[in-house]
Design a protein around this ligand. Sequence first.
Ligand code: GDP
Ligand code: MG
Length: 597
Amino acid sequence: TDLDLIRNFSIVAHIDHGKSTLADRLIQLTGTVAQRDMKAQMLDSMDIERERGITIKANSVRIEYPAKDGKRYILNLIDTPGHVDFAYEVSRSMRAVEGSLLVVDASQGVEAQTLANVYHALDAGHEIVPVLNKVDLPAADVGRVKTQIEDVIGLDASDAIEISAKSGLGIPDVLEAIVTRLPAPKGDRDAPLKAMLVDSWYDSYLGVVVMIRVIDGVVRKGDRIKMMQTGAVYGVDKLAVLKPQMVDIAELGPGEIGIWTGSIKQVRDTRVGDTITSEKKGCETPLPGFKPAQPVVFCGLFPVDANDFDTLRDAIEKLQLNDSSFSSEMETSAALGFGFRCGFLGLLHLEVIRDRLEREYDLDLITTAPSVVFHLHMRDGEVLDLHNPADMPDLTLVDHIDEPRIKATILVPDEYLGDVLKLCQDRRGIQMDLSYAGSRAMVVYDLPLAEVVFDFYDRLKSVTKGYASFDYVISEYREDYLVKMSILVNDEPVDALSMMVHRDRAEMRGRAMVEKLKDLIPRHMFKIPIQAAIGGRVIARETLSAMRKDVTAKCYGGDASRKKKLLEKQKAGKKRMRQFGKVEIPQEAFISALKMD
Ligand code: GDP
Ligand code: MG
């Protein structure tokens, strides 16, 4: 195809501002999908995405559009993930296209993810067309939002397109603007093949499917191609474009976006951002800036019922086929039995995976408190990654500990600003910037990621009644006074409950934990001390008093069937107990103790 007749673009927006609805309208108006096959949110394929209204993996669609100039254009829309946890994937997929539609809900205005995503687009050198959506709503304030786009983002919004993705108003103008205002791709058809790996996923019929954007050269069915990072070579068995269903194609040239398959075993072998070239006479320099996504948040996943361990292992393996950024390692815990220590890109990623395991594989899981990766600088000069507080070595061997810090941007209506500042301050935050966009304040904080993975999103939502929006990037690793806090029940350490905390916050966290456990652990025939300790030093303590006499005795009366039921219930309860030295702790106690609230 002639390069001048191609436009590649993405849509950037804050969640719920109408990205998926607009994509649907573009697909519908151009007749890309027959009317009878149209369903809402064509590009959001996973159930969980639809339910939560978020797009997790990038996907794409090729639209053919006859423009007013009488020519037929090919428009490739790449749908980028819309959440902070997937920032790396967002920034990569942005580099596969030349322009963006910036969608802003005209009744809401610019939000934190509007900013974060538009910055990715600007970084990628995009031409940007502002689109004001939901102008059908009575609360829409086009003038105010245009000013906001100009003041906060610094983009000219005078010719922003006003649309209603819901009713279809203004959609033809959007299609025309894509052709007239976004640049055509550049590329050299005669140069050696150079393509960017934009995305990959596992398909149960086709195996691993790889989405690419061709920069230079041509890829044809039957070619042998090489991934420059991994060095792996594959044959191109199938080459297709997505409309959004697969349609086979003979070749993909410069500026084009499509998919190929070629007996690749695991998604792991296909790294987003990698450069693809020909096996022979390939290009010499790969595309710049490749770095694989690294898990930053870790937690343990254990089956509530130990018999489900094999099901859990199989389920994790299946999900990993489709998500190379999710890592796992077997773990045993005295409290929780056999399970896995898993790594995620962020809290949402963790929630999504846990939800899918529970729903799609019908598992009941215990999730231990999420923890970040700490860098341990040992006295002998070695630097170790700590993924699990239970693995913390002897303190005398550690010189200092670095933790990941983030740069967080929060947009919030003025009246909640005080509460937001207090929350950030309580979480060891350092204020970096505070400015106003209309009646909304924009604050930038330097915060420890460890404090954010705990329950920050929930707290932020509740103190601002849901009106704040939040986004972050990981900035750096920095030293702080961090310690491992252990929990001892009847003088036995319970590894599943240990955590890394800041020294100044240890007493508070320890006190909260022992108080909670005191209510959760049933009384025994003897006194049970419950303690929080740092090294050998106890920093908080509660004592669970002994049962006075056997109060259960009087339950055994009445008719035989009731008695039987009671015994069965007790047996079931017994199975869910974990033995800790002489103490039995019910499963529910762990679940509640580890809940983030
Ligand atoms: P996304 O998260 O950006 O993909 O947003 P969606 O496309 O899922 O839209 C979020 C919600 O806004 C849905 O309930 C849509 O029906 C609604 N919505 C989208 N566009 C419009 C519009 O133009 N007008 C109105 N009133 N609602 C819209
Ligand atoms: Mg969406």
